[in-house]
Design a protein around this ligand. Structure first.
Ligand SMILES: NC(=O)c1ccc[n+]([C@@H]2O[C@H](COP(=O)([O-])OP(=O)(O)OC[C@H]3O[C@@H](n4cnc5c(N)ncnc54)[C@H](OP(=O)(O)O)[C@@H]3O)[C@@H](O)[C@H]2O)c1
Length: 333
């Protein structure tokens, strides 16, 4: 089968197989994975999406280190192709999606049945491949760590304050999908801008900080938090782990939640399954839509990594093998 392998750690923006320095290689004859237990399932992959974590994995900067060689890729959707003798939840032909620690940038993947989510009728398989890690993290962190209720989640999404890279197209896009307030970081004055927005809404401060960026923005954002606020530590896209002073957390009665989707199921069984099921049901009912930024073939994966590195992506970047093609319209800004 076709598969994208990481043969050594390095810069994933170098084209696969282009030089000795390229950490990535596209294999045309990678062995099709075999079922590994009586409850395992082989999925024929239709669509996959790229996550920031995969970028960090190839750079060797991700918290869970994978020794090369390994096949890249986490989120995917596809169809059940083969099942172990004790599988009860799925049958051959069922549409499924999931997120793996590695291995989805290929034509087949093997997973345990309890790692797969059934894709309900009415759900687009392209969108289903974009959901598990990114949307699952936000859903689980906001609903189950910060304890927002489902209705509040939609409300909080409307009230969301998004910080964005300079570039009017990105700012305009965020406004067009309903963000109440977008801060263009090129103009500086993040605190001033958010405070003015809060004043206009007769609000004193922010109750929940969802933080996938870290660094200086976390430090600045702390000046906006209310007494009793909750901080969700999600990631460090700025490449800087922030320090949150314990004395200020004490005085202001803040709650700081660490959240890691990758091992949450092991700690709270059923939590991730319920969360992804709910997201897929929202997708089927048209309550959420997934914005696909662009779709790249395996051979062009370096361009997808470059888009992530240069912060051009809005929504999700899809990666497809030569045997698949996406009919979904994309908007590469
Ligand atoms: N805890 C978990 O379970 C979990 C799950 C998923 C992801 N993560 C982590 O969360 C982080 C983001 O992942 P993602 O999938 O959300 O990535 P993404 O879709 O590529 O988004 C990255 C975001 O970070 C912002 N950003 C990047 N560099 C920045 C900088 N120097 N200063 C300010 N903002 C910056 C970008 O802002 P602009 O829009 O302005 O460009 C963009 O919104 C990563 O560290 C990832 O590993 C953690």
């Amino acid at each position: 089968m076709e598969a994208l392998e990481c043969r050594k750690l390095g810069d994933p923006t170098i084209p696969p197989d282009s030089s000795q320095n390229s950490p990535l290689t596209v294999s045309k004859s990678y062995p099709i994975p075999k079922l590994i237990s009586s409850t395992s399932i082989r999925v024929r992959i239709n669509y996959t999406s790229l996550n920031y974590a995969t970028y960090l994995q190839v750079l060797g900067k991700y918290q869970e280190k994978l020794p090369p060689p390994f096949v890249l890729g986490s989120d995917y959707s596809g169809v059940v192709e083969s099942i172990g003798s004790n599988v009860t939840k799925f049958k051959i032909g069922d549409p499924v999606c999931s997120s793996a620690a590695k291995g989805s940038f290929a034509q087949f993947i093997v997973a345990e049945e309890n790692e797969l989510f059934g894709v309900p009728d009415g759900c687009d398989l392209v969108a289903a491949a974009a959901i598990p890690l990114a949307y699952g993290t936000s859903h689980q962190a906001l609903l189950h760590r910060a304890n927002l209720r489902s209705g509040q989640l939609f409300k909080s999404e409307r009230f969301v304050v998004r910080l964005s890279l300079p570039g009017s197209k990105k700012v305009e896009f965020l406004k067009s999908v309903g963000a109440d307030h977008v801060v263009d970081l090129s103009n500086g004055g993040m605190i001033k801008s958010v405070k003015a927005f809060l004043r206009g809404k007769k609000l004193k401060g922010v109750d929940v900080l969802y933080d996938p960026v870290g660094g200086k923005l976390t430090k600045e954002s702390m000046k906006l938090l209310n007494w009793g606020a909750q901080i969700l530590i999600i990631g460090f896209a700025s490449d800087e782990v922030p320090l949150i002073p314990a004395n200020i957390a004490l005085v202001k009665n803040w709650t700081i939640h660490g959240f890691y989707w990758g091992n949450y199921e092991a700690i709270k069984a059923g939590g991730i399954e319920e969360s992804v099921k709910e997201l897929l049901s929202w997708l089927a009912r048209g309550l959420i839509t997934i914005h696909i930024y662009h779709s790249y073939k395996l051979q062009e994966v370096n361009l997808a990594f470059l888009d992530i590195k240069e912060r051009k992506v809005i929504g999700k970047v899809m990666i497809t093998s030569t045997s698949t093609s996406t009919s979904t319209s994309t908007s590469r800004l």
